[in-house]
Design a protein around this ligand. Structure first.
Ligand code: CO
Length: 141
């Protein structure tokens, strides 16, 4: 069985310099409902969650100069940073993907936002897209 079969989009993440300023577009002009904020120390980001149907939209603001989001902003400016897919068993998914020749960033899943375990696939073997896999562990929605 393919461990990522039936995968669904959990969220689309957008790198921003400032969540506060970005909400001027996403919330005030576009009308997206803000459902929460969270600091994610493992990624050195602050996240704003927007309700956008089944999948969320996340605004990512760096909290340190060496944050991956800070580096992305310096290189490419604001914009889509990654797409996250939900999987049932992230350890198994990563094992199977590695066996299939897909490059995984890091050795093991790390704690992400909303109590999830997350890992990233390298764009070099993922169609040029930074893909995050997330496994829900029963935390808040
Ligand atoms: Co994400």
């Amino acid at each position: 069985m393919n461990p990522v079969a039936g995968l669904t989009i959990d969220h689309v993440a957008i790198a921003v310099h400032s969540i506060e300023e970005s909400l001027g577009f996403w919330r005030d002009q576009l009308g997206a409902e803000v459902i929460g904020f969270e600091d994610v120390p493992t990624q050195k980001v602050r996240v704003a969650f927007l309700r956008t149907g089944e999948a969320k939209t996340e605004l990512l603001e760096p909290t340190a100069d060496d944050s991956p989001i800070a580096r992305s902003l310096a290189k490419r400016g604001p914009g889509i940073h990654h797409i996250a897919y939900r999987v049932a068993d992230i350890d198994r998914a990563l094992d199977d993907l590695r066996a299939a020749g897909v490059r995984v960033i890091g050795d093991a899943p790390v704690p992400g936002s909303r109590g999830m375990r997350v890992a990233f696939l390298h764009p070099g073997t993922a169609g040029g897209v930074l893909i995050e896999l997330v496994e829900k562990t029963g935390g808040p929605e």
